[in-house]
Design a binder for this molecule. Structure first.
Ligand code: SF4
Length: 703
């Protein structure tokens, strides 16, 4: 029988609605929902190719020397429960780390963090947000008091100026690019782009600030300098809604446009033009991506952006606002619902005594861990910590829906840690690079097989509906965690029979969600949180009268330029930037099995400027060895003026050509996010990559 199910795209945070037409538990067709933007990009249209792929994990597996054997759920969970208990008893709860996923539903994130905090007794839980927008969260929490987008996606097309920093919307959120930004352009609105690369959106920008990598702060501070010097500030807003203005004013005095030009390579005139346009046009929406955050100064980069929009009063009104455009479909939910080592559900700090009391009462437990946990970028290096070194050594890892063996920086170190960790559980839908190191592998199911909610990048909560039943013995992530909680003797903490039971507890845990019910989300309805009660329509525009800080005011945070952890030198003369390709997603766990997408991009490439290519006698399509202080990889050259001389770019999706073998794991001290965006490298043309097939086989796996 044919059935149509309305659900949400599993890829990016734009949260496009899709209709899955199914027959006999098989997805026959994927169509856009005929309301709103009616948009689906090629990845979304081809979801059936990964959902029904024969390589899906459909049974629990346990390691048996150098191979895996199928086993029952009961046995797999018994092994996990007993090993986690043993390690916890011997080394303490903080010796175990848990990675959750930005593609979990809110309900799955909630039950996962509850399991970690109550059953294990640690705050060692983190998600992929760590390697994308935690710097935004840190900067926003200190300046604004909350870390979500302030306005809605729809307002982007009706603002007067879109300021885009370190963000390539065409590949990260195609709906935003094709349906909002291009529409704004067609309506005659202005665009300013700040980026080291000439991306598609830079090509249609009115002003393109092509910065040298890592020089965001000088340019943004120089814009603030111009706005203050020329008295283009919004004085009323500053007086009534902010604090710390005088400190900011003093701090940006030295950042003249000429000073910024010297560091960034952007002409003083362009900086002045951008500042004047930004401050005088009336309404500005500011969008930023990982180009801003993946630096050792990622938090400060974001603060510099926030300072600009506070100076000009571009927040708290319709068609203005700040937009940290989160990548993965529910990475906003992963942070907000508490898959973070310092934050309980609802952005409440684990160190806050009131939050502690609230969650102890809600979960009916006597104690909760009060110490902030480790981040996911610390888990694996800490596996390698020397005994007795005083470092919190990690002995066991539970990794759900994440693939650090490909996604984390400095993979040689990460893979050594995955080899050495005492006990590793991986819960996923495919045998990922990380799963190949595991002791136990648990088969989870895809978005098409589950219900629950996601939070779109603009805070809209949307409902997923299961189109098919789980394939094989795979299970939704929340059921797996519930079963494990029961196995470990805590059935009372996980009494849920359905996703909706968990959602009802989330509504009690987070006042901003209290008014959102599954019933209100049917038929593709989206509600922007905060939504405090059942009659509340939701909140499209936040901060209209005050900011959620103790003073009710937003805080200017002065920030200063500091150079990247690695700068080019004679031996490593190029700066490597990494990022996304339009046809693959994250570690390509779900896109690599889609023939249509593979045909479009089948391996990693290295974008290189024609002048550099000529100097090294490199032609388009040549194999090029890329070497950093940490590792090397061979990529196919793509000669293009999209990058400037001295700068190269490579996508990070491909297991055969993992660019993270070379990237730098130097961390921002505040966010613990690695500096993926700047690696000093050298390159060499090679005749042919004859070992590539070997590398495909190896891919750093135990078996
Ligand atoms: Fe899916 Fe994002 Fe494409 Fe929409 S824009 S279809 S959410 S990947």
């Amino acid at each position: 029988m044919t059935k149509e199910t309305l659900t949400v795209c599993p890829y990016c945070g734009a949260g496009c609605l899709m209709v899955l037409t199914t027959e006999n538990n098989y997805i026959k067709k994927v169509s856009p929902f005929m309301k709103g933007d009616k948009f689906l990009c090629p990845k979304a249209v081809k979801v059936a190719d990964f959902v029904h792929n024969p390589k899906r994990l459909t049974k629990p597996l346990v390691r048996d020397n150098n191979t895996f054997k199928e086993t029952s759920w009961d046995n797999a969970l018994n092994i996990i429960a007993s090993r986690l208990s043993e390690i916890k008893d011997k080394h303490g709860p903080d010796s175990i780390g848990f990675m959750g996923s930005g593609c979990f539903t809110n309900e799955e994130i909630y039950i996962y963090q509850k399991f970690v905090r109550t059953v294990i007794g640690t705050n060692n839980i983190d998600s992929c947000a760590r390697i994308c927008h935690i710097p935004s969260l840190k900067a926003l929490m200190r300046s604004i008091g909350s870390a979500t987008m302030s306005n809605t996606m729809d307002e982007i097309e009706d603002t007067k100026l879109i300021f885009i920093a370190g963000y390539n919307p065409e590949v990260c959120h195609p709906r935003l690019y094709f349906k909002k930004i291009k529409t704004a352009k067609n309506k005659g609105h202005k665009i300013i782009v700040m980026d080291p690369r000439m991306t598609s959106v830079a090509k249609i920008a009115d002003i393109f600030l092509q910065i040298r990598p890592g020089t965001e702060i000088p340019v943004l501070n120089a814009m603030a300098n111009v706005i203050i010097k020329e008295n283009l500030i919004d004085e009323r807003f500053i007086n009534n809604r902010t604090e710390g203005y005088e400190e900011l004013k003093t701090s940006v005095e030295k950042y003249t446009p000429e000073f910024a030009e010297n560091i960034s390579g952007v002409s003083a005139k362009s900086i002045i033009d951008a500042a004047r346009l930004y401050a005088t046009i009336g309404n500005v929406v500011t969008l930023w991506g990982m180009g801003m955050t993946q630096h050792i100064c990622g938090v400060d980069n974001v603060s510099a952006l926030i300072n600009l929009l506070l100076l000009t009063g571009n927040i708290g009104r319709v068609n203005t606002g700040l937009s940290p455009v989160r990548g993965q479909n529910n990475v906003q939910g992963a942070s907000f619902i508490g898959a973070l080592p310092d934050i309980f559900p609802g952005y409440k700090y684990v160190t806050d005594p009131d939050a502690q009391e609230k969650f102890k009462k809600l979960w009916a437990v006597e104690s909760l861990p009060t110490k902030e946990g480790l981040t996911s970028t610390e888990f694996l290096p800490n596996v390698l910590a020397e005994e007795g070194s005083g470092i919190n050594k990690i002995r066991a890892l539970y990794i759900a829906g994440e693939n650090p063996a490909l996604s984390q920086a400095n993979l040689n170190l990460i893979r050594r840690a995955l080899m050495e960790v005492d006990f590793l559980v991986v819960q996923d839908i495919f045998m990922t690079e990380t799963a190949k190191f595991a002791d136990v592998v648990l088969p989870a199911c895809t978005f098409a097989e589950k219900a629950g909610t996601y939070i779109r990048l603009d805070r809209a909560v949307q409902l997923l509906n299961p189109a098919i039943s789980p394939l094989g013995e795979s299970l939704p992530d929340w059921k797996i965690i519930k079963m494990l909680g029961h196995k470990m003797g805590h059935a009372n903490l996980f009494p849920y029979n359905t996703e909706s039971d968990i959602w009802e507890e989330i509504r009690k845990a987070i006042p901003d969600m209290a008014g959102i019910t599954y019933e209100r989300l049917t038929d593709g309805n989206a509600i922007h949180m905060p939504c405090p009660d059942i009659c509340h329509p939701g909140t499209p525009v936040k901060y209209t009268d005050k900011f959620p800080r103790p003073s009710g005011r937003a805080l200017f945070v002065p920030v200063n330029y500091r150079p990247p952890a690695e700068t080019p030198n004679e031996e490593y003369p190029f700066t490597l930037i990494t990022g996304r390709d339009a046809y693959h997603y994250n570690t390509s766990t779900i896109t690599r099995f889609v023939p249509y997408l593979k045909q479009r991009t089948d391996r990693a490439y290295l974008q290189i400027h024609p002048k550099d290519a000529a100097r090294y006698e490199i032609l388009d399509g040549d194999d090029v060895e890329v070497v950093s202080r940490r590792g090397k990889v061979v990529l196919r050259a793509s000669v293009t003026e999209e990058v400037m001389p001295g700068v190269v770019f490579a996508p990070f999706h491909f297991c055969e050509d993992p660019i993270n073998l070379v990237t730098n794991n130097a961390l921002d001290p505040l966010s613990k996010t690695p500096e993926y965006k700047i690696t000093a490298i050298k390159i060499r043309k090679i005749d042919s990559d004859i070992t590539r097939q070997e590398k495909i086989k190896e891919c750093g796996h135990k078996i």
